[in-house]
Design a protein around this ligand. Sequence first.
Ligand code: GLN
Length: 533
Amino acid sequence: MKYIFVTGGVVSSLGKGLAAASLGTLLELRGLKVVLQKLDPYLNVDPGTMNPFQHGEVYVLADGAETDLDLGHYERFTNCVLTRANNLTSGQVYETVLAKERRGDYLGKTVQVIPHITDEIKARIREVGVNSGADVVITEIGGTTGDIEGLPFLEAIRQFILEAGTGNAIIMHVTLVPFIKAAGELKTKPTQQSIAKLREIGLQPQVLICRTEMPLDEDVRQKLSLFCNVPLDAVVEAGDVDHTIYEAPLNLREEGLDSTVCRLLNLQTKEPNLTDWKRFVQRVISPKKRVRIAIVGKYIELQDAYKSIYESLTHAGAANDCGIDMVLVDAEDIEIEGAEKYLQGVAGVLVPGGFGDRGVEGKIKAARYARESRTPFLGLCLGMQVATIEFARNACGLESANSTEFDPNTKNPVIAILEEQKDVTDKGGSMRLGTWQTKFLEGSHAHQVYGKTEASERHRHRYEFNMKYRQILEEKGFVISGTSPDGNLVELVELKNHPWYLACQYHPEFQSKPNAPHPLFKAFITASLANEE
Ligand code: GLN
């Protein structure tokens, strides 16, 4: 088994996750089995309790793990199967080590960062490799070199590489090569210094991914190679992508990254077949049509809060040979100025998931606008809950209808806390999480969209449709078209007298891939296109 560790230098936000995922794509297309893992130095046990301002989207895995959004890149860029073991935080490491200490597993020894914390980290890296049966394990280390909290992870990697032996483990360092306008030059010093920082603790990267706004000329490459002690062909230029993040593997391939990595790790493989990937990228870059889709959320000013949704729309667009113009609408603006002003003229409306009552009334107005104007509507999780509240209020005359999340004393709790959640007090990892089966109503719109009667979808919620209101709503044309297999829990709803109005309790956005768009997103875009014509 071969190991690649991905570190970052100089500044954060260089796209380490994307670089790791793109390398994964290339190695997979060379016929290797790849698995990716992220080590996060913060003390939270998982990012599930962090808000989107802190951490962007929380990405949910099939096993219900709430993970870093980079795991979304890993799943979209490769076919690797990820579980909670693939996202390790300092919080988890300390939790495990302290539990062992309390059990007496250390037999009276002093428990220390080295070796106990570092041993635990190494064991977790090895475990991911062994359990996946992969040829190559790519492990990304969150944060930037020089961070104090990252040190135990870097020390663990030093030990790991020593134990793995030459040719079996390498470090790929993602760094910034800034262009200084006044000097008209690319500068290598920050990279030299971040490498010096790594060498101080015994780490020598073998590959440099240089994020840059300008092409690296031969001189700059030579300099980076010399001062950073990296072979010349392992100095890799990574400019900003022109149109889409899916170009990244293609650009890195141009630079020969995969060949260099295979050489360094003594991996003999065929050349990668990039035909399908290129075709997808081409469809994203030059689609025949365009369509305007509104996303009505409360974190629309953040780039990362709805990441998987934006990606799923891109995949669905490509499948329809159509570019997506995403119209990001702040739900609170709709609250003040009405839906019409922001949504008139869009071809489809999407309301994503969320927690807490800020912006909820705006999302309810958006759902109403889509229903009344017969605009295609896709509601995800909270989006399904607001669609229900809206219908109860405005189509069934239940004026005070609400979710008990927002109004615990509402007279008409059409959305209420899940039975299993009633006694839950902890916030961490305690929602209804991960994969659950949904059964579709024969002949429903949902059944037609999926082309099958059952599907596995990922969940993350505490509240649900209150079955007491089923009849009242159904009499007015509300259709419960997806439920849990026992029929007790509502998973998907639609409207009878509407061209395309579907809303689900689950998160389809966690299962869409470039060349395998999620059926709900794909059909939503098809319907939006039809609406525009
Ligand atoms: N806040 C809602 C719930 O807990 C919706 C959750 C979500 O959108 N992920 O059920």
